[in-house]
Design a protein around this ligand. Structure first.
Ligand code: R5P
Length: 304
């Protein structure tokens, strides 16, 4: 997703152009080209924070700060995938809760409202206040499962979550979730902050021989799905598909999972060759109408 900035006007909305560039030493630089248009207007930024999340975060806070400086009355931000959302608590003493650091970074730069999709710590359509930021989360889960149903021409899928956190994505009567337990950090001193999966169990699941779909909020290294697929295959499952909102596919995760299942369905929150388009739909159906309600400057969200 290219960065887009729109302002609310009396007749609808208007785009404002932004230029990002880099100094020779790679410091980021941001200029809001039509900054005089922004004064006294509510603003919505659409910006992708992945891949290259650390650089993209800096660009976003520079843009927020430039818009506030140009006199924007409020700034809402839509990021399809929120990096750092998995570090929402401490697992060891002395650890930074990076989610809160990132949220307050945005809030302090001037973000008043954050919109996102299948944010790991929010578990489905919900809103919350955290680290000084108001956050609204929307889910792509139902759209992705419906897509899977149409690809498989089967309405009656058995839908399995690989852990308790995926419970909110389950739908249908024949659904259930596994239990996942992560171990401690193994190799922090070597620079790797990864907590391996110590155990993944599916004790009370009655696996049938039809089409089975494993659904999760995200696929990162693929370890969760690979363990879940192995587990289901050991119980006799044959036709397994994998569905997730965010497909990060670190290293060769895609190839590894692809060898083990019949379909991989992910959304376009992260650019990927074979993704199901959900970002624009959620933007048009949910996010822009919600943003228009935040401020009474205009009510006609169709005139963008
Ligand atoms: C964690 O609880 C998430 O919901 C996902 O299950 C996890 O982040 C997937 O990561 P990976 O693909 O590395 O196992």
């Amino acid at each position: 997703m290219d960065t887009e900035v729109i302002i609310k006007t009396a007749s609808g909305a208007e785009r404002v152009s932004v230029l990002f560039s880099e100094f020779p030493d790679q410091d980021s630089h941001c200029v809001v080209e039509d900054c005089d248009k922004v004064a006294d207007k509510p603003v919505l930024i659409m910006h992708s924070l992945y891949p290259d999340q650390n650089n993209q975060l800096v660009k976003l806070v520079l843009l927020l700060s430039a818009l506030k400086d140009a006199g924007a009355v409020s700034v809402a931000v839509f990021v399809p995938y929120l990096p750092y959302s998995r570090q929402d608590k401490k697992h060891v003493a002395g650890e930074a809760v990076s989610l809160d650091v990132v949220l307050s970074f945005m809030a302090n730069a001037g973000c008043d409202q954050l919109y996102t999709i299948d944010c790991h710590f929010m578990k489905g359509a919900a809103q919350c206040e955290r680290a000084g930021l108001s956050i609204k989360n929307f889910s792509a889960g139902k759209r992705l499962l419906d897509h899977c149903r149409s690809v498989l021409s089967n309405e009656d899928l058995q839908i399995i979550g690989p852990d308790e956190g995926a419970k909110y994505l389950l739908d249908g009567t024949r659904s259930g979730h596994m239990k996942k337990l992560r171990g401690g950090y193994g190799e922090l001193a070597k620079g790797n902050s990864y907590r391996k999966i110590a155990e993944l169990k599916s004790e009370h699941l009655d696996i049938t021989c039809g089409d089975i779909v494993i659904v999760d909020d995200m696929i990162s290294t693929g370890s969760t799905l690979i363990k879940a697929i192995d587990n289901l295959k050991n119980q006799g499952a044959k036709n397994i598909s994998c569905v997730a909102s965010h497909g990060l596919f670190i290293g060769d995760a895609y190839q590894k999972i692809n060898k083990l299942c019949s379909n991989i369905v992910v959304s376009d929150t992260i650019n990927h060759l074979k993704s199901v388009p959900v970002v624009d739909d959620l933007l048009i159906e949910k996010i822009i109408p919600d943003w228009f309600k935040l401020d009474p400057a205009s009510t006609d969200h169709t005139r963008i």
